[in-house]
Structure formats: structure tokens, C-alpha cells
Design a protein around this ligand. Sequence first.
Ligand code: 13P
Length: 262
Amino acid sequence: MRKTLLVANWKMHLNTSQASMLVHRLQERTRIQRGIEIVLAPSLLTLQPLSMQIDRRKFRLAAQNAFYKDEGAFTGEVSFSMLRDLVHYVIVGHSERRIYFGETLEMIRDKVAAAVRNEITPILCVGETQQERKEGHTRQVLHDQVTTALSNLTSNEVADMVIAYEPVWAISTFGGELAKPAQIAEAIAFIRHQIEQLYGAKVAAAVRVLYGGSVDETIAGGYLAVEGCDGALVGGASLNPYKFAGIIDAAYRLRHETEQEG
Ligand code: 13P
């Protein structure tokens, strides 16, 4: 059974002391849970202090971004090789990076490869805009984003990675329309189908696929129960300890039920 993965993407929020306070609150409310992995993605600046503060049995850390070269004259950038001892995961290809920072399919492919080269697991974000969905291009967009990003990886490397389906129209700050479970199930099945075509059924069954977009504690249980969904990538609600702890509880309840049934 694939582990459930809950990722808190704090985006460009919380300075170091605010982040430390949130971790303190979350740590109090979180049990150590087999089968559920909780990942915090704070700002780059805050990773180092949080790495000393977190209870590693409860939390792992992710970077929100890094540059694909390992070192060199790239003013303002941080490389995956600099992050390799600090984080387990890195978010790559978030729609905010594609839209605001002009990240192309090829840049995202190179970032995924650089993460893997440095033994950091990529959480590759894919998802269509409202316009693309309306025009019937959702599958084409997902196909292009998935196949390009993975094109330099071996099947074992793909099996270990995480893909997050985040339709842009469902992200709280881009419109926050609530996706229907059936839309999420269809997109996740399509992503797994792409992986199966390229890397085979074993790899498709191993890769973890998350959902992201306006996930909060009231809706998390329903989304996490979607066929093929292995967890959530959470933005806004992850900044609030009660809401994020509520999402963790929903995952715990679901996991518990499924394990009892199985
Ligand atoms: P929200 O949960 O605020 O919609 O953000 C989703 C997201 O972009 C996570 O990466």
C-alpha cells in the first residue's frame, strides 16, 4: 500500500519566527503515524532553522524550488546540491512558478533531473488552467507536462517520485473553484495511464499522485478518498495549525478505515 503524503506548501508566507511557532503548534497536535508522511515546505530561508526544530519522526522538509545547475554564476539561485542534506523533497513545476516566473516544460524537466541527481524526491506539479479545461485541452496539457518532466529519468527514478495534480482554477488564490471528486479521479487515472504507457504497470502502481487545490479540513476526507489519490498538496489551509491538523486527522481516519477493511 502506498503511503499517504500530506504536503504543506507555505509559499511566500511566514518569516523564521512565525514558521517556528507554527511548527511548535503542529508538533503538539500531530501523532507519529505509520502510513502517513507529513512534509513541510517553508521558505528557503527557514529550512535550516526548522531542520533543527522538527521532530523527524513526525515531519520531513521540502524546498519549494531550486535551480537545475549544481553550482555556478547564477546570481540569486540556490541549487539542489546545496539542499541535498536538508530536505527529502522538492516541489517542482508549481503553477505559480510556471505562470509568474516563466518556467518552461524544459526547465521543469531539468529541475526534476537535478533533484533526482541530488537524491531529493521531486513533487512534480501538473495541472490545466480554466481556459485549457474549457477548450478541452486538459489531457493534452497533462500529457505534455508529465512526459516532458520525466523524460530524463529511469523507471526506478519515476517509481520513487511524487506527482501532484493541481488544476490552476482550483487553487485558492487563482479562483479556488472546488474540483469535483470525479474530475480529480479522472485526471489522476490519466496521469497514471501516461506513466504506465511509458514505464510499465509496476512503475505506475508505485508512483504517488496527490491532489492540490483549496484542500481544507472540511473537504480533505472526501478528496483523500478519491480513487488513486495518495494525499494532498495544501496551500492556504496549511498556514493554520487547526486546519492542517484537521487534514492530518482526516487522513488518519481514512487510513485507519482502509487498513481495517484490508
Ligand atoms: P491552496 O490550497 O491555497 O488552494 O493552494 C494549493 C497549492 O497551490 C499548493 O501547492
